[in-house]
Design a protein around this ligand. Structure first.
Ligand SMILES: [Zn+2]
Length: 194
C-alpha cells in the first residue's frame, strides 16, 4: 500500500533495548523494537516484539490524537491486541481493504467491477423478503417458487385447520403480493444499469 511512512524502518532488534518484555498487554516476548510514544516526545519509547511493533506502526494514525498516557492505557487494555478488528479496523482501513478485495473478486468472477458487490436490500421489500426467507437480490421466478412451497406447507388444510398456520399464510400471501408487484420495477432498473 502507498501509505506515507515517517521513514522506512528496517525491522532489526535495537541494541539499546532494555531487557524487558514487550509492552503489548499479555505478550510474553522480549521488547526489542522501539516505537516512539508520540511524534513530539520522540525520546520516549514503547518497546515491542517484532509482531507488535509492526502492528503499532501500522496503527500509528489511530493513536495520532492521543496523549502518550492515553496510548499507554489503550495498549495495556487486555483486549487491545487480541481484538480481531484491532485499531486498523476502527480506522476503517481493514474494511476498505476487504471491500476492494471483494471488488476484485467480483471483477474476476463476473468480468466487470462496476456492479455493486452486494446491493442493499430495498427497504420496502425487506419485510416481505424476510417473511419468505429470501435474501436480496432475488429473481421473480425464485420468489414464485418459494411462495408455492411455503403456501403449501402453511396451508390450514395441511395443518388440521390450525389458526397459527392460517395467520402465517396470510403474511406469506401479503409478502408475495408485495414482491410480485414491486420486484419487476427493480429488475428493470438492474437490467438497464448493466
Ligand atoms: Zn509483543
Amino acid at each position: 500500500m502507498n501509505q506515507p511512512r515517517r521513514k522506512p524502518r528496517a525491522y532489526a532488534p535495537d541494541p539499546d533495548a532494555p531487557h524487558q518484555g514487550c509492552d503489548a498487554a499479555g505478550c510474553a516476548h522480549m521488547g526489542e523494537y522501539r516505537a516512539p510514544k508520540s511524534r513530539s516526545q520522540s525520546r520516549e519509547f514503547f518497546w515491542f516484539c517484532l509482531e507488535h511493533v509492526r502492528q503499532f506502526n501500522a496503527s500509528w494514525d489511530y493513536y495520532k490524537g492521543m496523549s502518550p498516557g492515553e496510548i499507554e492505557a489503550e495498549l495495556r487494555a487486555d483486549t487491545a491486541w487480541q481484538r480481531p478488528s484491532w485499531p486498523l479496523g476502527r480506522l476503517g482501513q481493514t474494511a476498505r481493504m476487504e471491500n476492494s478485495l471483494e471488488e476484485e473478486l467480483h471483477a474476476f468472477t463476473f468480468g466487470h467491477a462496476r456492479t455493486p458487490v452486494k446491493p442493499a436490500t430495498p427497504p420496502e421489500l425487506r419485510d416481505a423478503l424476510n417473511v419468505l426467507g429470501l435474501t436480496w437480490p432475488v429473481a421473480l421466478a425464485a420468489v414464485k417458487a418459494k411462495y408455492k412451497e411455503l403456501a403449501k406447507r402453511h396451508h390450514p388444510d395441511a395443518n388440521g385447520g390450525d389458526k397459527a398456520s392460517e395467520e402465517r399464510l396470510k403474511l406469506i400471501n401479503l409478502a408475495y403480493a408485495t414482491l410480485r408487484g414491486k420486484l419487476p420495477s427493480y429488475q428493470a432498473t438492474q437490467a438497464a444499469a448493466e
